[in-house]
Structure formats: structure tokens, C-alpha cells
Design a protein around this ligand. Structure first.
Ligand SMILES: [Fe+2]
Ligand SMILES: [Fe+2]
Length: 179
């Protein structure tokens, strides 16, 4: 079952509005390749994109924006398809943070139809890191927010998981000593 962070909804529910907007992407091998790469802590690139996609969908719906573009571009916004932790930029290439949005857009356009609005959302999701590429649409401002929100929640949930693991180990050791 696919879920977004802090939401209970089953995102693979084929009758849901969200699923109908992104079904072809969720069923695509290219998008599923992101399951092979970790992004933030224990969160894979695929799960991160799913989180951002669903938060985009919810916020775009709330503010009467293009929820289809928000959901689809969210799922494709980090489609750079490599492990950024071990990636070594080639001679003269800038760091991952500055270049991956463009690479994700190129991959998205290679494998799927991507509208002008979706392209803007993907290419400029790292704003204000890439100050030269200013968001043109309100949907792009939504992802600027949701990407940072989801990234922060993923890092925090990883920290919480590690902390609870440490506490559990210490408690078990203490219990073993007492017996
Ligand atoms: Fe990104
Ligand atoms: Fe992201």
C-alpha cells in the first residue's frame, strides 16, 4: 500500500481522484526506479516524490490551482535517477543541489508528456537555491514549500526512528543486566 508521510489514505486506491491523475506514472518502471535510491535518511527517492506529489495535490486542490499538474510534477520533480550521496559531478559541473532539477526535467520529458506548467514546477522546485530561475506559476510556489516541508518531515522521522531504536536497545540491555 502506498501512503504519503502523515497521511493514512491508500494512494493506490484506483477509484481515488489522486490515483487517476498519476496512474500512468505510478505504474511506470522509470518512476519506480527511484525506489532504488535513498534520498533523506531511510526515505527513498520514490517515497519522497510520492510525498511531495500528494501534498501538492492537496494544497493545489485547497487553493483552486491545477491539482493534476501539481500531483504529476511532484512525482517527477526528483527523477534524476542516481544516488546523490555517492554521485561525483564531472569536471566543471556544479553540485547536485544546483543541477538535479534540470536533469529531472530532461528525464521527465524523455519518458512522459510534460506540460509547460509541469516543466516549470519540476525545473524550479529548488528555488531560491537557483535564483536565476524564478517560478512563473503559483503551482511552482506550492512545490517550493511542499518539497522543503516533506524533506524536513522525512529527516525528522528518520531521527525519531534512530532515537527510538537507541532507547529500545538501552532498555533491553538494562533489562538483561537486571535478570
Ligand atoms: Fe530536488
Ligand atoms: Fe525533492
Amino acid at each position: 500500500m502506498l501512503k504519503a508521510i502523515c497521511f493514512k489514505a491508500d494512494l493506490e486506491n484506483k477509484d481515488s481522484e489522486y490515483y487517476t491523475l498519476v496512474a500512468d506514472l505510478l505504474e511506470s518502471d522509470i518512476v519506480r526506479q527511484m525506489e532504488n535510491f535513498t534520498h533523506h535518511g531511510r526515505t527513498t527517492c520514490f517515497q519522497h516524490c510520492l510525498n511531495v506529489s500528494y501534498y501538492n495535490y492537496k494544497l493545489c486542490k485547497l487553493f483552486n490551482l491545477n491539482q493534476r499538474a501539481g500531483a504529476r510534477a511532484g512525482l517527477l520533480h526528483d527523477l534524476f535517477l542516481y544516488d546523490w550521496h555517492t554521485y561525483k559531478p564531472s569536471e566543471g559541473e556544479r553540485l547536485h543541489g544546483f543541477t538535479h532539477a534540470r536533469k529531472s526535467l530532461e528525464n521527465a520529458q524523455k519518458y512522459f508528456y510534460v506540460s509547460a506548467l509541469e516543466s516549470d514546477i519540476i525545473e524550479k522546485h529548488m528555488f531560491p537555491l537557483n535564483l536565476c530561475s524564478l517560478p512563473r506559476y503559483r503551482e511552482t510556489l506550492v512545490i517550493v514549500f511542499t518539497d522543503k516541508l516533506c524533506g524536513s518531515m522525512e529527516v525528522l522521522s528518520n531521527l525519531f526512528f534512530k532515537l527510538s531504536e537507541t532507547v529500545q536497545t538501552k532498555l533491553l540491555r538494562r533489562k538483561a543486566k537486571a535478570e
